[in-house]
Write a protein that binds this ligand. Structure first.
Ligand code: ZN
Length: 300
């Protein structure tokens, strides 16, 4: 039977509800000094705004070694009622210091660690990996191999950080070559490279396309993301699209004095998508698709 694995246990995919497909409630990384956020009270405060804006679930993409807290995610879920899916796995190379112990860990040990997290008392529900800009570095290749092994053991979805939306199809081919079903692959940040033709080819391979840049006007206005969505829908890939907010910096949280806040994707972007592209598409992107993308049939 297909389930979504949340930090409070397995739920039926149909119970996931409106889903923010990419968030971070806790994060600290040497790649973003001074922009860490680790306060559970502030995470709860922000998560309440997301609930008030209509979300009923979120997927937290913070992986191992970067302040990930499955206990913290569970506390947020218990305080707010949001279904929260946590991650195991590793981010791209740049997020780990030179002496980080994960750099020395062999593939098999990492795979055991990832699979163990997916079966823990407070379990992760997705496996994260990351690639660099137009290149998969050796540390990242190791993580991809370990993630694939953990996926083969558990069937959990593999969530991929693409740097600036590059190499989508290359990363899908890498993972499928390692035995991961394309339908279990979620590619994040593709809207940083708003090229509908390229992403349509990746969608045709069966992977999930995730757009998570709403509110980042310094890269693109939201209109660029809406145009990308419209172009992918026109090419027949409405059933491959996911949208998240990806609040990955302290300065993006109102609870820390920043903005636009965890609720931006639901409070601002989703209503605009409904006005410009229709309610039916919104339902597909925020409810129907996440219930498929983040579901899996766990192996006994
Ligand atoms: Zn992220």
């Amino acid at each position: 039977m297909s389930i979504v694995r949340t930090v409070r246990g397995d739920i039926s995919p149909g119970d996931l509800g409106p889903c923010d497909a990419h968030e971070h409630l806790f994060l600290e990384t040497p790649a973003q000094p001074g922009d860490d956020f680790t306060d559970a009270g502030k995470a709860i405060e922000e998560a309440r705004t997301l609930w008030a804006a209509g979300a009923r679930s979120l997927v937290d993409w913070t992986p191992l070694g970067l302040g990930r807290s499955l206990e913290g995610l569970r506390a947020v879920s218990e305080a707010t009622g949001l279904h929260v899916v946590g991650a195991t796995g590793l981010h791209r190379d740049a997020h780990y210091a030179a002496g980080d112990p994960f750099r020395e860990e062999p593939v098999e040990r990492l795979a055991e660690r990832f699979a163990g997290d997916l079966a823990a008392a407070i379990p992760a529900g997705v496996i994260k990996v990351g690639a660099s800009y137009h290149v998969v570095k050796p540390f990242e290749q190791k993580a991809f191999e370990a993630a694939a092994e953990a996926h083969r053991r558990t069937r959990a979805p593999v969530c991929v950080h693409s740097e600036h939306g590059t190499m989508g199809l290359v990363l899908v081919e890498l993972l499928t070559g390692l035995g991961v079903a394309a339908g279990s692959i979620v590619l994040g940040h593709l809207d940083r490279n708003p090229d509908p033709g390229e992403h349509a080819e990746t969608a045709a391979a069966g992977a999930w396309l995730q757009l998570d840049g709403p509110g980042r006007a310094k890269y693109h206005p939201d209109s660029t993301i809406l145009a990308l969505i419209a172009a992918l829908v026109e090419r027949g890939f409405a059933d491959r699209l996911l949208v998240g907010g990806d609040t990955g910096r302290r300065s993006m949280f109102r609870a820390y004095g920043g903005g636009p806040g965890l609720d931006y994707v639901f409070a601002r972007f989703k209503p605009r998508l409904e006005r410009e592209l229709g309610q039916e598409l919104s339902e597909e992107i925020f409810v129907t698709n996440p219930a498929r993308a983040f579901a899996f049939e766990p192996r006994a």
